[in-house]
Write a protein that binds this ligand. Structure first.
Ligand SMILES: Cc1ncc(COP(=O)(O)O)c(C=O)c1O
Length: 484
């Protein structure tokens, strides 16, 4: 039966714009025409799209209602591990919307875009300072795109040395984009098993590393939220066989101002500006995944490069060994400027942001350790991974726990990843959550664990307070129903 007061659970029902529209309504008024009317081309009459006639307030209310159905980091805690949803300070938005930046056309000649180029140049310098790697390209549009760029750099480096290396070592904890990027570039991914501590053992790398292997891709801290403690030794093993070390720096938010990547033997690293440097992401929107490299790999970076000549900034194509362009124009400038604003407003506090992110994750881990099973019982970095092992006794799974969290007003954590952990529940609180927020979240999870024991069917039916109840995710993915 249709809900008579227009609510289903927490959320208002919202008709389609076609249902709201009434013939003759309009969202604009034009001054009376002072030129003779000219009839529409006969081919166009009656053939336009079937748009409803709407007033301005109809449209504003409709989209405002819809926007309030979204869960975002501005609405509540979003503990999505590995996908780092941290708060995006509003000052970054303000800087990005300044007309001089927002309206700068990418085809402007450099002499008319000095301010924009200076910001890009400075951002490169800041990212270089933060990672320890001397040269940076801002072009890649996301983490995965940074990985692909990094793999192209590996290829170019070995090609210059007249070597054809075909394989890349990738830990079994890696984000799925790592092997995908390697294979897009023509490399064969060779998995390296993590050990009982959740990290790589140098011997396992040494056993696999050979002269056909282009290098290794290591995420550090890794996706179990653990620091790869043997990374320097591993880098030495890879370098000794002529390979290169790629660091997936998507988790750099745990180690900013603390770790110099060159000390770890890293040759190429990508950053996810939309994770570490607080720029918005999600929903497939624009991201940014700059790559930072050693001097030896600098000649291969994408062109054009933003360089300084005296007190002017220029776009240089003069890098004959470059892998070429990886993005239209110069990358997603709107995202770069938000990261620039974040870095400038944080300054040396970036280190504190990392320390607090680590502290918050360890606080969650310690307070929930008796509630959920901890597969790797060690201090964690920015995120911690539990499993549903205790709840399985009551036939409740990770998915049920995640769905029930929605009823408590939280976005679920990452589930079933990393793949090496069965029933993983991966939580990343980020540095931006205050202790009270963490305590509320912990209370909710403890209550859910109690419900699992006392009334498991509550969890099996969850979410119960949302407009759409539990989806058949397989059918939703295979037959998406986008309307109606
Ligand atoms: C460890 C890791 N590597 C790579 C990526 C890929 O980044 P993106 O989603 O920007 O392509 C992610 C994404 O969250 C990640 O967590």
């Amino acid at each position: 039966m249709k809900d008579p007061i227009g609510t289903t659970g927490l959320i208002l029902n919202e008709p389609f714009l076609w249902e709201i529209g009434k013939k003759g309504r309009s969202g604009f008024s034009l001054p009376k025409s002072d030129v003779p009317a000219s009839p529409l081309d006969a081919d166009l009459v009656g053939k336009g799209p079937d748009f409803p006639d709407l007033s301005e307030i109809d449209v504003v209310r409709h989209y405002t209602h819809l926007s309030s159905w979204n869960f975002g980091v501005d609405t509540g805690m979003y503990p999505l591990g590995s996908c780092t949803m941290k708060y995006n300070p509003k000052t970054n938005e303000r800087q990005a919307s300044l007309p001089g930046f927002a309206q700068a056309h990418p085809l402007l000649p450099p002499e008319l875009a000095q301010g924009v180029l200076e910001i890009m140049f400075d951002l490169q310098a800041y990212l270089s300072e933060i990672t320890g790697l001397p040269a940076v390209s801002l072009q890649p549009a996301a983490g995965a795109h940074g990985e692909l760029t990094g793999m192209l750099l590996f290829y170019a480096f070995h090609h210059k040395n007249q070597e054809k290396r075909t394989k890349i070592l990738i830990p079994d904890t890696a984000h799925g984009t790592n092997p995908a990027s390697a294979s897009l570039c023509g490399f064969k991914s060779i998995p390296v098993a993590s050990n009982e501590m959740g990290i790589l053992a140098p011997k396992d790398v040494a056993d696999l590393m050979d002269e056909d292997t282009a290098g290794i891709m290591v995420t550090n801290p890794n996706t179990l939220g653990l620091f790869e403690a043997h990374i320097k030794e591993i880098s030495d093993i890879v370098h000794a066989k002529g390979g290169l070390v790629y660091a997936d720096g998507a988790n750099m938010n745990a180690v900013m101002g603390i770790v110099d990547m060159t000390d770890l033997g890293v040759d190429v690293l990508h950053l996810n500006l939309h994770k570490t440097f607080s720029t918005p992401h999600g929903g497939g929107g624009p991201g940014s995944g700059p790559v930072c490299v050693t001097k030896a790999l600098e000649p291969f970076l994408p062109v054009p490069r933003v360089i300084r000549v005296g007190d002017r900034f220029e776009l240089s194509h003069d890098y004959p060994e470059s892998i070429g362009k990886v993005h239209a124009f110069y990358g997603n400038f709107g995202i770069q400027i938000r990261a620039y604003s974040y870095i400038l407003s944080m300054g040396a506090q970036l280190k504190k942001a990392s320390q607090l992110a680590v502290l918050n994750a360890n606080y969650l881990k310690e307070r929930l350790r008796d509630t959920f099973y901890l597969p790797y019982d060690r201090p964690c970095m920015h995120e911690c991974v539990f499993t549903d092992k205790y709840q399985q006794n009551d036939k409740v799974s990770t998915l049920d726990i995640a769905k029930r969290l929605i009823d408590y007003g939280y976005h679920p954590p990452t589930v079933y990843f990393p793949l090496v952990v069965s029933g993983a529940l991966m939580m990343e609180p980020t540095e931006t959550e205050a202790k009270e927020n963490l305590d509320h979240f912990i209370d909710a999870l403890q209550q859910i664990a109690q419900e699992a024991k006392e009334n498991p069917s509550l969890l099996l039916q969850a979410p119960v307070k949302t407009k759409v109840r539990r989806l058949d995710e397989t059918t939703a993915a295979r037959k998406p129903c986008l309307a109606g």
